[in-house]
Design a protein. Structure first.
Lengths: 357, 804
């Protein structure tokens, strides 16, 4: 007797980012259970994928930048929002379920704030399930929109332990970056944007280097053309640094984390900081602004140190010096933290969530 | 010997030296001489003859006869500890020193120690020591006296102030206040080989103050047969455990610094040195004792001290500890399913693996984690899972290899069904319930499932497996679905335990491919098997796997694979099924074997040494099992490589051009440099067609292209060679893929006409149709046209059926 497979549930992922570890982790358990992952990169192809889907399939909305932020003007943004709304209504009418993962309180560099706010409120209303990673997300987003309590599922951000190659030793990583073996290395990793406080960090490192010349700044990540000049200007003041500006591949990511002693995440606003999870996956302690959002997730963790953001560079410099001194003793707790919610466990929890829809 | 120093008047000597003696005839005189000739003379030497059967007693008595300070006492043999205690009872000095009867006391040592004690009034003094050897020029510092504390002489210090002194566990480099020893009942442990460990620790922990003489006060002889040289056999191990345990009890009341100093060193060195000798043959009681000591050490030290121990050492100790804990833990009712999980350095992935299995919707299972000697933090993670889930049982295979690890787990498995999962992979939800339900319903011997692969590039589902596993198939045999032979991993399957035992299945300890043999054995041995749709496994392609691929190209790894592939071939042949042979040999030759050999040969550093020849021998053994004509379907490049291996003409294989080897559908022409191509084409064991191609592409092309640079003599020889080849093969030119241009070039060269050869060069690389060719020739000067015609006729006339 042979039987053929019945329709396998599909998850339409919007927007799908290739080479994004978070996305790959999120769906690996679902894929292993036979669910199909349909990749939708742009607003333009989302509608077609929804139309082609079957009842019971899922639309999973992540970062919202592709909806309105790529619009040319406010009118265009409103038009794009309308199309997005139409698509999701079509999905609902077709019996699809909608999950929204709240990555940010508001898109970091929100243009068209009113339209964006309307988008968030729409998603909160239409989604069947709202996935949050910060347990206090509802409070943090309240100034912008309300999250209906009954829809909320909290699955924390997974660690990245085991995802990247950790075979590279610290000496080899430092040699690859031409970083002196006895240097103290402070790392910034990720998209380099003004809201992320990078310029403050550069100033603080330069301050610290006056006291401790062995300190080096490691800077790795993409920077837009618009932001490049400000960055170059900040780096041209003589701060000792090693940089790679651009996309950092999965193969190259480990060398930055293995070479560093401390990661500083000076974001001005941050709801879920995956960067800290990435750092913990390499046993790397972190220094972050004392924000309620970060305290909600990482409060009390020995490997995460806090400073008061918005202060003078010298204050951040002092905090960095203290954190660097403590860093070797804190690696163990970073390791233990990263073991608490490993990738496949989160992926399985998400797959359970989808299965229950 | 002369009596250099008379016994001082008074109640007793300042110093008693206790020297236990047992069959040390060759060394005793040297020992006693070093003492009686000391500048400090206020001592007595208590020689405790511990039942010697050689000349030791006589030697001692001869010293006693000439030096009143030497006294000999005879006892029945009772061991070193008892002998020292007997000497202790006989002492009448204010201070006592214990010297071993095969060692030496350096000149001035006694004076230095006594001067220090006289000034300080400390409870004992310690000093530096050296090891000396048979070679008189060889010596080394004794490790317990190299710490910073011994860098200068000190008086009136304490253990708390210098915690590292807790490692100074030898008694012979010290002089003790006899009153201090007797008041605190500090005596030697008896009937043990570690008689001074507890003695020294107790003295240090109870001493009010201590002196250090930063000079050599003792010379310790290193020789074979000495007690100190045999620390890892059972009796010394058990004695060390017992004595160290007593020290730990003492240290509980000591400051943290002392405890940490002791724990850190013992864990890092002594405990680890003993733990790494533990294997499957070690008696259970020894494992239990050593594990118990490890537990005490881990409890006694601070987390900082414990975490400062290198990961490798800590892993070995914790593995022993966990093994003993699990051995004592009741295992409960036998489950329906046993999952065997071998682990080796999987700290980054083991949580994903075990959590995934633990949360399966089928929970009547046991998980047998078998560690093969992890040196990272895998054991820490596994221990947590063991503590959280009583279904997890921990075992060790002691570095015997992944195959043994799976076999060890299988031996302990109690389930009706058996499954395997690697410690760095994951099991999808529902996998086990699907397998069990299917096997319960069908009664088949095994079930085979599908899998997906995970990497930093995301999830990949091999398309060919899609087709294979789209439908449920029940109670079939491998003959009905021979393509399954390609699916030889052990982890996407489930086996009935009785079936596994019936076919005597086991995993070999091969460095690579240790599951292909057992899986083929299972396939051909199964009376009935099921194919179950749905993913049953997530295989993780580990980041940084290039380093593993590099290891896989080592000759010994490849040889293991070839041996295993040979076993698979033999199993298939025994089945006597054409369908099975077709479905096994073709893909194995075209893909598996080719990929392995190609990877090995293309790394560019293959030498034709013994290791490589063994690889080729193993490959030849495998290839000899291929049924007649089994190589014929392969592309010429693969055929040629396999035939060379079969023929034993393997030297050219070490000169293969890696680019030619790795390019998709590459031909023979660029495979070898032309000298090797010439060798290959001359080997009559190679099929003629392949030899022609090798010669044609590998040799002749070279000649044609470099004709102008060849010296005249070589041109003549090459022309002759070319004529013979072309003549012998003129009818085969099409099959040899020689274009008409090539034929024209051959003809022009064969004609030996220099201008013609220049013309031939201009035609290089162009494949022209016949009409075009005629046109091109007609455009040439008349002499060239004549040469072309003459050359072609020459080729035909001089054709010889000779080898190229």
């Amino acid at each position: 007797m042979s039987t053929t497979q019945t329709h396998a549930r599909k998850i339409i992922v919007f927007p799908y980012w290739a080479d994004n570890a978070f996305i790959d982790i999120m769906y690996m358990a679902s894929a292993s259970r036979g669910m199909g992952v349909v990749k939708s990169y742009f607003l333009e192809d989302l509608h077609q994928k929804v139309v082609n889907a079957a009842a019971g399939d899922v639309v999973h909305v992540h970062w919202t930048t592709r909806v309105c932020q790529e619009a040319s003007d406010e009118l265009d943004a409103a038009s794009r929002l309308a199309r997005f709304q139409d698509t999701l209504h079509t999905a609902k009418d077709g019996g699809l379920k909608i999950i929204w993962t709240v990555h940010n309180a508001m898109a970091h560099e929100s243009r068209f704030e009113d339209v964006e706010t309307e988008l968030y409120r729409f998603l909160a209303d239409i989604a069947d399930t709202i996935h949050i990673m910060n347990p206090q997300t509802a409070e943090f987003v309240r100034p912008t929109f309300e999250i209906p309590e009954g829809k909320v599922v909290c699955l924390p951000h997974p660690s990245y332990r085991g995802w990247y190659d950790a075979n590279l030793g610290r000496p080899a990583a430092r040699s690859a970056l031409r970083l002196p073996q006895n240097a103290k290395a402070v790392l910034f990793f990720g998209n380099i944007k003004p809201y992320k406080g990078v310029l403050d960090l550069i100033a603080a490192v330069q301050c610290l280097q006056e006291i401790d010349p062995s300190v080096h700044l490691l800077l790795a990540g993409r920077v837009s053309d618009d932001d490049r000049s400000a960055l170059d200007a900040a780096l041209s003041t003589g701060v000792r640094h090693i940089k790679e500006l651009g996309y950092i591949s999965a193969e190259d990511t480990p060398r930055w984390f293995k070479a560093a002693d401390l990661m500083v995440v000076p974001y001005r606003r941050s709801l879920n900081s995956g960067s800290l999870q990435l750092a913990a996956s390499f046993d790397l302690p972190c220094l972050v602004p004392n924000q309620a959002e970060l305290q909600a997730v990482y409060g009390g963790e020995p490997w995460v140190d806090y400073y008061d953001g918005g202060g003078a560079p010298r204050e951040l410099a002092f905090r960095m010096a203290a954190a660097l001194a403590e860093a070797p003793r804190r690696r163990r707790s970073a390791y233990e933290f990263s073991r608490r919610y490993p990738p496949f466990e989160m992926s399985n929890d998400f797959a359970d969530l989808v299965a229950q829809l | 010997m002369t009596a250099a120093h008379p016994v001082p008047a008074g109640n007793g000597p300042a110093l008693s030296i206790v020297v236990p003696v047992y069959n040390v005839g060759p060394w005793l005189a040297e020992c006693l001489d070093s003492m009686v000739n000391q500048s400090f003379g206020g001592f007595e030497i208590i020689v405790v003859n511990d039942g010697s059967t050689d000349s030791s007693a006589d030697i001692a008595r001869s010293y006693a006869a000439s030096d009143a300070r030497v006294k000999v006492f005879d006892f029945e043999n009772g061991g070193l500890g008892r002998a020292r205690n007997r000497g202790l009872e006989l002492c009448s000095g204010t201070y006592v020193l214990f010297a071993d009867s095969d060692d030496r006391v350096p000149a001035g040592a006694l004076q230095a120690m006594m001067d220090s004690l006289t000034l300080s009034g400390s409870d004992f003094v310690t000093g530096k020591a050296i090891d000396f050897y048979t070679d008189p020029d060889k010596f080394s510092e004794y490790w317990t006296t190299v710490s910073a504390a011994f860098s200068r002489s000190r008086r009136g210090i304490t253990l708390a102030g210098h915690p590292e002194l807790i490692h100074d566990h030898t008694v012979w480099n010290k002089a003790y206040s006899l009153e201090f020893l007797r008041k605190n009942a500090i005596t030697f442990s008896e009937d043990t080989l570690c008689e001074d460990v507890f003695f020294c620790a107790k003295a240090y922990t109870l001493a009010g103050t201590i002196d250090i003489v930063s000079d050599y006060v003792y010379e310790h002889r290193r020789r074979r047969g000495a007690i100190s040289n045999s620390l890892t056999t059972l009796k010394p191990m058990a004695d060390w455990i017992t004595e160290t345990g007593k020290v730990l009890a003492l240290l509980r009341e000591q400051p943290a610094g002392v405890r940490d100093a002791y724990v850190a060193r013992i864990l890092r060195v002594e405990a680890f040195d003993r733990a790494r000798w533990v294997d499957a043959a070690t008696p259970a009681d020894v494992k239990i004792s050593l594990a118990g000591l490890v537990t005490e050490l881990l409890d006694l030290g601070s987390p900082e001290a414990v975490n400062a121990v290198p990961a490798r050492q800590l892993a070995a100790l914790k593995a022993l500890q966990l093994e003993v804990i699990c051995a004592a833990r009741p295992r409960g009712k036998a489950p329906r399913l046993s999952v065997v999980v071998p682990t080796l350095n999987v700290e980054r992935w083991i949580d994903d693996c075990l959590l995934g299995i633990r949360r399966q919707d089928f929970d009547d299972l046991e998980i047998l984690v078998v560690d093969d000697g992890s040196e990272d933090r895998s054991i820490d993670a596994i221990a947590e899972h063991v503590a959280q889930d009583p279904r997890i049982h921990f075992l060790r295979s002691y570095g015997a290899g992944g195959g043994t690890a799976r076999n060890v787990g299988t031996e302990q498995a109690r389930g009706v069904y058996l499954a395997f999962a690697d410690g760095d992979d994951m099991v999808p939800q529902g996998a086990y319930s699907r397998f069990v339900a299917q096997l319960d319903a069908s009664g088949s011997d095994m079930a085979v499932g599908d899998y997906i692969q995970l990497s930093t590039n995301g999830v990949w589902h091999p398309h060919w497996k899609n087709r294979r596993f789209a439908s449920l198939r029940e109670r079939i045999t491998i003959d009905a679905f021979p393509e399954l032979l390609l699916n030889r991993c052990c982890w996407d399957k489930m086996f009935r335990r009785t079936f596994w035992d019936r076919i005597n299945n086991f995993f070999p300890d091969a460095r690579r491919a240790n599951d292909i043999g057992p899986m083929v054995r299972a396939y051909v041995g199964a009376a009935a098997l099921d194919v179950v749709p749905g993913h049953s496994y997530v295989y993780r392609r580990r980041p940084g796997s290039s380093s593993m691929t590099a290891k896989a190209t080592r000759p010994e790894s490849l040889q293991d694979y070839l041996d295993q592939e040979r076993i698979c071939a033999e199993l298939v042949l025994r089945r006597r099924s054409q369908a099975l042979e077709d479905n096994y040999f073709a893909p194995m030759l075209d893909k598996d074997l080719w990929v392995h050999l190609r990877t090995f040969l293309s790394i560019g550093a293959v030498k034709h040494d013994t290791a490589t020849r063994l690889v080729f021998d193993a490959a030849a053994t495998l290839l000899r099992l291929v049924p007649a004509g089994g190589l014929d379907f392969l592309e010429p490049r693969k055929q040629l490589v396999y035939h060379l291996i079969l023929a034993g003409t393997t030297q050219p294989l070490t000169k293969l051009r890696s680019q030619a080897l790795t390019v998709e559908n590459g031909g023979i022409g660029r495979l070898f440099p032309w000298r090797e191509a010439l060798l290959v084409s001359g080997d009559e064991n190679i099929p003629l067609d392949l030899r022609r191609q090798a010669y044609s592409r590998g040799v002749l092309n070279r000649l044609i292209h470099e004709w102008a640079q060849l010296p005249a003599g070589q041109q003549r020889a090459a022309r002759g060679r070319l004529i013979r080849f072309a003549g012998a093969n003129v009818g085969h030119m099409a099959r040899l893929n020689r274009s008409r241009t090539d034929i024209l070039r051959f003809a022009l060269i064969a004609a030996g006409h220099s201008p013609s050869i220049a013309v031939a060069q201009r035609f290089s690389g162009k494949g022209h149709p016949k009409a075009r060719m005629r046109q091109l020739v007609k455009q040439q000067p008349v002499p060239v046209q004549r040469a072309a015609r003459a050359g072609y006729q020459a080729l035909r006339r001089l054709a010889k059926a000779v080898t190229p």
